[in-house]
Write a protein that binds this ligand. Structure first.
Ligand SMILES: C[S@@+](CC[C@H](N)C(=O)[O-])C[C@H]1O[C@@H](n2cnc3c(N)ncnc32)[C@H](O)[C@@H]1O
Length: 226
């Protein structure tokens, strides 16, 4: 991985701010500003997570941990991928029951360096929740991530996730929040459009479904019907 600044948002993913993340995001912002109940996101995790799962942009590991906590360790092979060491450490501790593998990797870079991963196309699900609104560029640029991640999915595999986009369903307060978060560099989604996200997904996958709940745009994509 090169040492250049890959995302302005990375400065915020440090141990101190991660300590407030679940409370701020999942008790307040996601529900009341972005307008999406946690249960909607969790329900999608329960629906799409499969036995060989790659969680991308793990943050604190909140959603993946809540959705698989009842699973037996032996039935789950879990891998965590993130640019931030602090996020990988925090999430892997929370998920230690599953003894997850950790990969420090930028999703905008070609998949996996040789030796980091035993094999390609090994995952049957990939979750990427609330990540793309932090990544620099518009969907022509950040959509590269879908092609990179697809190389890690097996042929029946499913990629799913969500991202925040200001759109006609957004609350006024959400539009204001998004502007401020872009100014401070935590978000990089001023140029994101729902339609561009769909185009980027359709470039890499045969079947794509996108659902908008207020400011949260949820997607699932696969080469098999989903
Ligand atoms: C807002 S947090 C989302 C955390 C969690 N997925 C959730 O739903 O709450 C964004 C996460 O994506 C990671 N991230 C941002 N840009 C990335 C990139 N280019 N490559 C890999 N991870 C990235 C951050 O380090 C952070 O863990």
């Amino acid at each position: 991985m090169s040492n250049q600044i890959i995302s302005n948002a990375q400065v915020y993913f440090n141990p101190i701010l991660l300590g407030c993340y679940d409370f701020t995001v999942y008790r307040f912002v996601s529900r009341f500003i972005w307008g999406c109940k946690n249960e909607i996101l969790l329900q999608r995790y329960r629906q799409f997570v499969q036995t060989k799962h790659l969680e991308v942009g793990v943050g604190t590991g909140y959603l993946i941990e809540k959705s698989i906590k009842g699973y037996q360790k032996e039935n789950m092979r879990l891998t965590l991928m993130d640019l931030s060491v602090a996020c990988l450490d925090k999430a892997s501790k929370r998920l230690e029951k599953f003894n997850p593998s950790k990969i420090r990797h930028n999703i905008l870079e070609a998949p996996i360096k040789k030796g980091q991963q035993e094999e390609e196309k090994q995952f049957n699900s990939i979750g990427i929740n609330y990540v793309l609104h932090c990544v620099n560029g518009d969907f022509k640029e950040k959509g590269i991530a879908f092609g990179n991640l697809k190389k890690l999915l097996n042929e029946n595999g499913v990629l799913f996730g969500s991202t925040v986009i200001a759109n006609k369903q957004s609350l006024i307060v959400a539009k204001l929040f998004i502007r401020v978060l872009n100014v401070i560099g935590l978000f990089n989604n001023n140029n994101d459009k729902v339609n561009d996200l769909e185009v980027a997904l359709n470039t890499h996958f045969k079947f794509v479904k996108v659902q908008v709940v207020s400011s949260v745009v949820m997607f699932v994509a696969s080469d098999c019907e989903v």
